[in-house]
Design a protein around this ligand. Sequence first.
Ligand SMILES: *[C@@H]1O[C@H](CO)[C@@H](O)[C@H](O)[C@H]1NC(C)=O
Ligand SMILES: *[C@@H]1O[C@H](CO)[C@@H](O)[C@H](O)[C@H]1NC(C)=O
Ligand SMILES: *[C@@H]1O[C@H](CO)[C@@H](O)[C@H](O)[C@H]1NC(C)=O
Ligand SMILES: *[C@@H]1O[C@H](CO)[C@@H](O)[C@H](O)[C@H]1NC(C)=O
Length: 343
Amino acid sequence: MKRLPIGIPIVASLAAFILILLALLAGSRPGFMEEYDLVAFNTSGLGQNLINIGNDNDEPTPTDSSLCDGIGGFLGRTCTSATAAIDSLQSDIADRVNDIGNEVADELADRLGIHEFYSLHALTICEGDYAPNATTSGADRNVTECHKGFTEGYNISALLDHGLRVGPYRLTLADLGFTDELQDAIDTLNKVLKAFTALLIVAVGFTGLSMLASIAALVLIPHNERKAVLVNLILAGAALSFMVLSGLIGTITASIATDKVNENGDDIGLSSSMGTGYLIITWVAVGLMLVTFGYWLWQFLRHRNGKTMDPRGPRKYARDSEESGAYGDRPNMSGINFSRTRR
Ligand SMILES: *[C@@H]1O[C@H](CO)[C@@H](O)[C@H](O)[C@H]1NC(C)=O
Ligand SMILES: *[C@@H]1O[C@H](CO)[C@@H](O)[C@H](O)[C@H]1NC(C)=O
Ligand SMILES: *[C@@H]1O[C@H](CO)[C@@H](O)[C@H](O)[C@H]1NC(C)=O
Ligand SMILES: *[C@@H]1O[C@H](CO)[C@@H](O)[C@H](O)[C@H]1NC(C)=O
């Protein structure tokens, strides 16, 4: 078998390190690799359902009054007035939001005091508006600000709630129809993302070390090949494991959260999407790290079979081992080779 150049793991681990570092840093500053988010929430339609209540029905939406049927006396009257209170609360909100009149959906978020999108990155939550507008297909994202997510939590609801409360209508998320299921999905996402980012940071560290060790191997192999190969194998293996782990957690979480939010947010005008760019750079980095790991594993096995990576290694020795391959397994010969390198 021919030698594989040591340039392979150096280039592969360097490229993997750059990609995984970008995956970590994407979105860390407003507008920096904004498209490389894990999950983005499109909030430009929030509140749309309230406007429709006012426009489509002359009467406020009838709350299921049959709920109170069959309950007599005081309890029945309480039940009826309770549902009436809910009706009037709903139409009150609808009236307030209807101040917006027939303005286009595009301005809704703005009028409510929130932004049109909220995007989750490894380290941050960014918010901003679509440009030129939310309904244009393939609209760009114009980021206004980014908040620390890893240290302060990825609770999008808290940001929305704050925006709504200080907004002109002083609404809450509950007013917009945010359900507990929706909040549960966001809370779960919040928790898992922290674990994901922690793993990603460790993965970045090991990938960096693996890259440095591959470069150091250039110098170290003539001195102590066994140690250099072993250290590289361990570092590449650790980098690969943490990268795969964080990649799987990120991919699976983003996918489940997106489904849950779309399922529960559909009727209140909330939608979400997974970031494909993010997935691509993460999994390409995994592929590159797999190449690096594969290279060192191959060298490790070769070394155990008594072959050396050192190009200045004894000529005779190198020829011998190639011949031994050609002649098949000759036990005494491979035994000699083995003990020579093991020394
Ligand atoms: C982005 O937002 C800023 C203010 O938040 C605004 O001044 C700017 O015009 C927007 N850019 C685009 C392309 O819409
Ligand atoms: C959104 O922007 C596009 C392109 O600028 C424009 O054609 C369209 O009318 C806008 N839609 C709304 C609702 O403003
Ligand atoms: C955001 O959501 C609105 C309303 O739900 C939809 O019309 C619009 O196409 C979406 N925009 C993007 C960029 O996903
Ligand atoms: C997130 O924010 C919402 C709204 O402020 C709040 O109801 C919810 O409890 C928060 N979740 C966590 C996990 O802090």
